[in-house]
Design a protein around this ligand. Structure first.
Ligand code: SF4
Length: 85
């Protein structure tokens, strides 16, 4: 995959104290999030570590989480991208 110099790579953070394991995010963004053995959401490797390109499904996952447990952050700067502050 070729990435442009200005591509914003994102990491996903799951507030595990909030997550209720509804699975909505894993349905919206199965390439980014999955439910772990403990029943709570966890980002897949690329979205947990180095960061990966933002997808529409990931934005939808953040929007549809019923307990606002998901946030997207810049992989380089660490600042929050979504939801906006
Ligand atoms: S949509 Fe929210 S509450 Fe449901 S599994 Fe994902 S992070 Fe957890």
């Amino acid at each position: 995959m070729t990435r442009g110099a200005d591509t914003e790579l994102v990491v996903v953070r799951v507030d595990r104290d909030r997550c209720i394991g509804s699975g909505m995010c894993a349905l919206s963004a199965p390439d980014s999030l999955a439910l772990g053995a403990d029943g709570l959401a966890a980002p897949l490797a690329d979205f947990a570590d180095g960061g990966a390109e933002l997808t529409d499904g990931l934005t939808e996952a953040v929007d549809c989480c019923p307990v606002e447990a998901l946030t997207l952050h810049s992989a380089r700067g660490g600042y929050r991208i979504d939801p906006a502050d």
